[in-house]
Design a protein around this ligand. Structure first.
Ligand code: C2E
Ligand code: CA
Ligand code: CA
Length: 768
């Protein structure tokens, strides 16, 4: 039962956490109380120290067996613990003499040095910046503190004989290091969003250590004597807190980078460094040097401090300049390719146009869009996409003349600017060269791949005063024309493109509101059976009446492609389904046509890919009360090619419910016989181009004959579309195609005009 064991493990970890946390707090309490009460009780300081060292060893054993802190924390605590223990033992022994003093102070120094390294690492991790900015600040604080300590404590403690100079100097350096330690701890503390108990205990330990050091110096001064045992108790408290720091479970997080705060502790550092510079200056100004040695130390200290400050100032000025430069560069270049970005290219176009003024030059702008880049990205992944973009960037750079510029202005869009072209021919040559450069396959991790691009060309034509933005937009417009023309080609910008684009945009926006504004209606074109001489169905065709003011009726050939591209076709198509079925119901009920009459509705690929399509059809059928076998869905061959599986599922579902499927515009698409066989098809509509050619080209008769034979083989019936002349009709009948639709029989008519149209058809004028 691994799950239960897993839970047990989690529980165990939680228990250990709780236990070590309590021990940590207990140790803190001991550290605060024990040394001082022991001193008050008159116990020998050395006893306390021995207990402390024993506790430290115990903590190590406990921690190792429970694996609480990180190995790195152990390592550093060990490194600091040994000299700390030595100095604690030495401070608490009654033994005096120069040797002991020096050893003790050396141990203090070693402890401080380890602390500095440990804390610098800690600060670095938690600040998430590199040490180079922390170190100079810490140095300034250390030097400032050193100067103050020298003047106030160290120099007065120097014995005249100089016999103790060594020990005192060591002590001084230890004190100076202590100020660095304090600074680092403070910085670390302020860098953390919520300082952990472990960190707080550590800070307290270091503070107490420093206090101990200062007290020792005060004690050494002539005329001041501290109560016995105070210094030892201070160090012992520090020791207990240090153990508490390591034992507490939060010590694990000491070396983990802290969550970045939105405001870095810059103010803390500023205050600390300023105080460290200010205090020595004030102190040196108000006190006089005691002797030559003092004067030398003072001068040296202040000089080094000045150098440190200078370094810091230079460093921060440099960093500022670098940031500024980076900002500027980032604002002008594309991070992936390092090419100029959109803003930079616009600047370049502007200056190229300005410089061409008064010369025969007309700068050329190429707008290059990698074909099907989204497919590459989606199918091969983003890193393959990046490889392709980098390769394209390289090829473009190699293809254009040296004086030309290449930029990447967004995802898969590049721009080339040649400021030196004079004629359209030169622009075309440039575009050809660029298109050519992409012909070789690009190697990506999955193998070689062919990349093509659509290129739009625009020129900053002399005398037109076009802005850079306009020229770029023109090239963009031309690029769309190139894409529409089948990709992998070049298109030149001309003014008519602006009209086309504006017009399309207008349709796109107006179409969104067409349905709710009741601007759409259906017209119905009768489908007849020539043998029976009767109307067997109607094809519903959409019309959009935008009103007299805004363009009148728009043909579906114009708005259906836009509706398909924008997805508006989904609601429009649902409406057409319901409306045509409702209409049919009315005609049957009022006796305009027989009960078995059908209605054909055109369906776009986009609708079939919509997951709700089957439900939309069944709902329309049940609301209108028309039987499913009276509905024909007309789909083009292209529908079967894009996402055939999804389409197949939808059509099969509807088919099994009784709805029938017709292939529209048959013969103009690219469907294969095997595809046709897989789809449930009950009707084939012969495209009107074949019907049109019937009486003109004898070959088209054999095509239509083949289509009819194929339909028979698939078990489908045939409808001829676009029948306009009696000859076409006669030939179709001779080929035994008995269902037809076209202007000869009837134009598509509005719902109101249907009864009359049906009557006219039954007049049989179209039969010959
Ligand atoms: P389609 O499905 O091939 O529709 C037949 C088109 O041929 C209609 O054009 C019709 O008016 C026209 N037509 C009919 N008889 C003749 C004729 O004898 N000679 C000639 N030259 N043309 C004839 P329309 O109404 O402009 O529709 C164009 C296309 O728009 C349709 O082609 C169809 O693909 C699409 N469409 C129309 N309504 C809808 C709809 O509700 N939904 C969808 N998805 N597409 C629709
Ligand atoms: Ca149709
Ligand atoms: Ca058609």
């Amino acid at each position: 039962m691994p799950a239960i064991r897993g839970l047990g493990h989690v529980g165990q970890v939680l228990n250990v956490r709780k236990a070590t946390a309590s021990i940590g707090w207990l140790l803190t309490l001991i550290g605060v109380v024990l040394p001082w009460s022991a001193r008050a009780a008159g116990a020998a300081p050395v006893t306390g120290t021995i207990i402390l060292v024993a506790a430290g060893v115990l903590a190590v054993v406990l921690g190792v067996s429970l694996r609480t802190p990180q190995p790195a924390v152990w390592l550093w605590s060990g490194l600091a613990g040994v000299p700390a223990a030595v100095s604690a033992v030495l401070s608490s022994t009654a033994a005096t003499g120069n040797g002991t003093e020096l050893a003790r102070d050396a141990a203090h120094l070693a402890t401080q040095a380890v602390f500095v390294t440990l804390l610098a690492g800690l600060a670095r991790r938690r600040l998430r910046t590199d040490l180079s900015s922390v170190v100079p600040d810490a140095l300034i604080v250390g030097l400032g503190a050193w100067t103050v300590l020298w003047v106030v404590l160290l120099q007065p403690a120097m014995p005249a004989s100089g016999s103790m100079a060594g020990a005192t100097a060591v002590r001084g350096v230890a004190l100076a290091l202590l100020s660095v330690v304090l600074f680092l701890v403070a910085t670390t503390l302020f860098a953390d969003s919520s300082p952990s108990p472990s960190l707080l205990a550590g800070l307290a330990a270091v503070l107490l250590c420093g206090t101990g050091l200062v007290l020792q110096l005060v004690d050494a001064r002539d005329g001041t004597a501290l109560a016995p045992g105070v210094i030892a108790a201070t160090f012992q408290s520090a020791g207990w807190l240090a153990i508490a720091m390591v034992v507490h479970p939060t010590s694990r997080s000491l070396l983990i980078p802290a969550v970045r705060r939105s405001t870095p502790p810059l103010l803390t550092r500023l205050v600390a460094t300023t105080a460290s510079m200010g205090a020595p200056i004030v102190l040196l100004a108000v006190t006089d040097p005691a002797d030559t040695a003092d004067r030398v130390v003072r001068t040296a200290s202040v000089s080094v401090l000045a150098v440190a400050v200078m370094v810091r100032v230079v460093q921060s000025a440099r960093a500022n300049a670098r940031t500024q430069e980076n900002l500027l560069r980032n604002a002008q270049t594309d991070p992936l390719t390092g090419l100029p970005n959109r803003a930079a290219m616009l600047d370049l176009v502007t200056s190229a146009a300005e410089r061409a003024w008064g010369t025969p030059r007309q700068p050329t702008v190429l707008f290059i869009d990698v074909d099907r880049f989204k497919t590459i990205n989606d199918s091969l992944g983003h890193s393959a996409g990046d490889t392709v973009l980098l390769e394209v960037a390289g090829r473009l750079l190699a293809a254009v003349p040296r004086h030309a510029h290449v930029g990447r202005i967004s995802g898969d869009e590049f721009v080339v600017l040649d400021p030196a072209t004079e004629t359209a021919t030169q622009a075309a040559v440039l575009a050809e060269r660029v298109l050519d450069s992409l012909r070789e396959p690009v190697g990506v991790s999955g193998g070689d791949m062919f990349v093509s691009a659509s290129i739009g060309v625009a020129m900053a034509v002399r005398g037109l005063g076009l802005s850079a933005d306009e020229v770029l937009r023109h090239a963009d417009t031309a690029m769309y024309r190139a894409k529409a023309a089948g990709r992998n080609c070049i298109a030149f910008f001309d003014d008519s493109m602006v009209e086309t684009v504006t017009h399309r945009l207008d349709i796109e926006t107006a179409l969104h509101r067409a349905l709710e504004r009741n601007e759409l209606h259906l017209v119905h074109q009768p489908i007849v059976d020539t043998d029976l001489g009767a109307v067997v169905g109607f094809e519903a065709l959409m019309r959009w009446d935008r009103g007299a003011g805004s363009g009148g009726t728009v043909s579906p050939a114009e708005f259906i492609p836009v509706a398909e591209e924008t997805g508006t076709i989904v609601p429009l198509g649902s409406w057409a389904l319901l409306d045509s079925l409702t209409q049919l119901r009315r005609w049957i009920d009022s006796g305009v046509c027989p009960a078995g009459t059908s209605v054909s509705v055109n369906v776009s690929a986009r609708q079939l890919h919509d997951p709700g399509f089957v439900a939309v059809v069944t709902e329309a059928l049940s609301r209108s009360g028309v039987s499913p076998d009276q509905l024909w869905l007309e789909v083009t061959e292209s529908v079967m090619i894009t996402e055939p599986e999804q389409t197949l599922v939808a059509l099969r579902n509807l088919n099994s419910a009784g709805v029938r499927v017709a292939v529209d515009d048959f013969g103009t698409g690219y469907s294969s016989l095997s595809l046709l066989q897989r789809f449930p098809i009950q009707r084939i509509k012969v495209d009107r181009t074949f019907v049109h050619a019937l009486s003109l080209a004898p070959a088209s008769q054999s095509i239509v004959r083949t289509i009819i034979a194929m339909a028979e083989a698939l078990g489908a019936d045939v409808v001829a579309e676009g029948v306009e002349t009696p000859e076409q009709m006669a030939i179709l009948r001779s080929l035994s195609c008995t269902k037809a639709q076209g202007y000869l029989i009837s134009h598509p008519v509005t719902a109101d005009a249907v009864p009359n149209a049906v009557l006219a058809i039954e007049d049989t004028s179209w039969r010959s």
